[in-house]
Every structure is written in C-alpha cells, then in structure tokens.
Design a protein around this ligand. Structure first.
Ligand code: ACO
Length: 309
C-alpha cells in the first residue's frame, strides 16, 4: 500500500492585480515583469478575507472531489507562512469550520516548500499508522506581508490556496519516491522582518536553479524510473526561468509543465497544490500519469515527490 491522492481542489480570491496596476504603485513595467518572472497577473485577497478563508474554500473543493466527509478526516495539515494569527493554527481553525471532529491538526512551516513537507508528512502517517484520510492544504495571503514599496519583491507574489485529500492506494500508485532537504545557513536569502518579506533575489535564484532540477531528477531515479517515464511536471511557481531549468533537466515539452505562475504569481506554499489541482481539473494530468512535484523556499528548504496519479 502507498499514500496517494483521493481528491484535489483550489481557490483564488476574486480580485486580480495586473502588471499595469503595479506600474502605478512602483517603478516597474509589464515587459520587465513578464520577461524576468513570467508573471502577468496575480490574485489578491479582499480586506477581511484571511488565509483560513482561502484554505477553507480549497479544502471544501478537495473533500468534494474525493467524496470524503470532513468527519472522516484523521488529520489536517496546513502549509503556510501567513496564518491569520500565530495560534490557533490555520489547521485548527479549518478543523472547527469543517466539523472535522476526529482530525488532529497542525500547520507546517517550510515556506514555499511547505506543501511538499505536508505531503510527505501525510505519507508517513498513512503508510505507518491507521490514518486513512488526511487533508493537506497550502494557503497563503502573501499580500499582507508584501512590501508594496519594494519593486524587487512586490511584483512576484499572490494569494490563494490549494488542497489534496490523501489516503491509501495500491502499491503501484501514489507517492513512489520523495526527497526533502533544508539548509538553514541560507536563511538570510529570504526571510521576514518587521512583518515584511525580505529577499536577496539573486541568491535565491542561484539556489533554486540548481536545486529544482536536481531534486526533480533525484525523485525520478529513486522511483526506479527514467526521465522518459515522466508525464507531467508541477514545479513551484516562483519564476518561469527557474521552472524552465527543471523542465529542461527532465527533457519535458512545454505542454507537460504547469505555467499557472502567469495568472497567479508566486503563492508560496499554495503554488504547487493550486497548479496540480488545476492541471488535474483540466484533464492534463490523468489516471496513472507519473508526475513530479517539486518546490523550494525560504529556510532554505526544498522537497520533491514522484507521484503516480
Ligand atoms: N521592475 C523593474 N526593474 C526591476 C524590478 C522591477 N519589478 N525589480 C528589480 N529591478 C531591477 C533591479 O533593480 C536591477 O537594476 P540594477 O541593475 O540597476 O540594479 C535589475 O532590475 C536587475 O535585477 P536582478 O536582481 O539582476 O534581476 P533578476 O534577473 O535576478 O530578476 C528576480 C530578479 C525576478 C527577483 C529573480 O532574481 C528571482 O526570481 N529570484 C528568485 C526569487 C524567488 O524565487 N523567490 C522565491 C520566493 S519563495 C518563498 O519562500 C516566498
């Protein structure tokens, strides 16, 4: 038996912020943002709409897709760096709102790699205990920690949430291999100070263009597969140039990688589950496909899985 996906869902807040809108806030332009990052628009939560609200909508969609009732959940994991408050966790708020009375609940903090950490934690519980239904959500309201006067960062981020319900599947499906890592010595490349995101873009870029391709390749080999066996790549949507580095390493054509960054920007821990759920919903990821999910983030952290959907 393996841990696999039972259902997916995602949610984006209504308001869209375009590159033209950003030109009015900071000294930037559409051409620079598109060519350097690949981002065209991002969604921004409404005032009063918190991370737990975004998480709730994505969770409901995933539970519905999995045909699982919240009362059946054994655990809720929420990957986020923008919880409504330090505690209670978003996972506990979600547990109450969903009525998931028997579920244990906690948040996972690994920045943009948080969803990968969440998935791999869920795998341990599903394969190593009697937990059968685990909800994992990646949810972020990055707009509340974005420095809207800093053109180096404010053009990058967006708000949103994505979710998966995981449970036992047959041994030839689900997560076939994984890799997780951290390098705390790189903490100063990307961090929060006085509530706002601070980033050394070039440092993060250098780390990510090395790590994303390497981790992607590692999980393929660990699963006993070759690059030719990979059907779809869902990288963390941080910068289109970093994503292309991973795609090139796996030798995958453009139509088999997710480019949701164009519409949603970098939604940190929410980016991988949003992209994954959207590709599943659009029929681009199908039953039995070998999918690489790979992410990196502040910490520094990284994680990847080879998932047979
Ligand atoms: N508009 C116009 N010009 C800009 C902007 C902007 N929005 N931002 C920076 N510039 C300028 C810079 O000031 C610089 O000008 P200078 O040469 O006069 O100093 C010039 O553009 C080039 O800057 P670089 O930093 O060299 O640009 P680069 O090509 O590296 O792209 C970027 C910058 C997009 C930030 C890139 O470094 C990157 O994507 N890094 C990784 C970021 C990332 O992935 N973060 C992940 C966050 S994950 C998480 O955990 C939240």
């Amino acid at each position: 038996m393996n841990a696999g996906i039972l259902g997916v869902g995602y949610y984006l807040p209504e308001r869209i912020l375009t590159n033209a809108d950003l030109e009015k806030i900071v000294d930037t332009n559409d051409e620079w943002i598109r060519t350097r990052t690949g981002i065209e628009t991002r969604h921004i939560a409404a005032e009063g709409e918190e991370t737990s609200d975004l998480a709730y909508h994505a969770a409901v969609a995933a539970l519905d897709d999995a045909n699982v009732d919240a009362s059946e959940l054994d655990m809720i994991l929420v990957a986020t760096v923008t919880g409504d408050v330090a505690f209670p966790s978003v996972a506990c708020q979600l547990q109450a709102r969903l009525g998931a009375t028997k579920a244990a609940a906690m948040d996972v903090t690994a920045a943009c790699a948080g969803f990968m950490y969440g998935m791999i934690t869920a795998k341990q519980f599903i394969e190593g205990s009697d937990y059968e239904r685990i909800l994992i959500v990646g949810a972020e309201k990055l707009s509340k920690i974005t420095d809207w006067t800093d053109r180096n960062t404010c053009v990058l981020f967006g708000d949103g949430a994505g979710a998966c319900v995981m449970g036992p599947v047959s041994a030839d499906r689900g997560i076939l291999s994984f890799e997780l890592g951290a390098d705390g010595t790189g903490g100063k490349a990307l961090y929060q100070e006085d509530t706002l995101i601070r980033m050394n873009g070039r440092e993060v870029f250098k780390f990510a263009v090395r790590q994303m391709p390497e981790s992607s390749e590692n999980v393929v080999l660990k699963a006993g597969l070759t690059k030719d066996d990979v059907d779809f790549l869902v990288p963390h949507q941080a910068n289109i140039r970093i994503m292309e580095a991973a795609r090139t390493r796996l030798d995958i054509p453009k139509e088999r990688m997710s480019y949701s960054i164009r519409k949603y920007g970098n939604t940190s821990a929410a980016s991988i589950p949003i992209a994954f759920a959207e590709e599943v919903k659009h029929g681009n990821i199908k039953d039995g496909d070998n999918v690489v999910l790979v992410g990196f983030g502040g910490g520094l952290t990284w994680g990847a899985v080879l998932l047979r959907y």
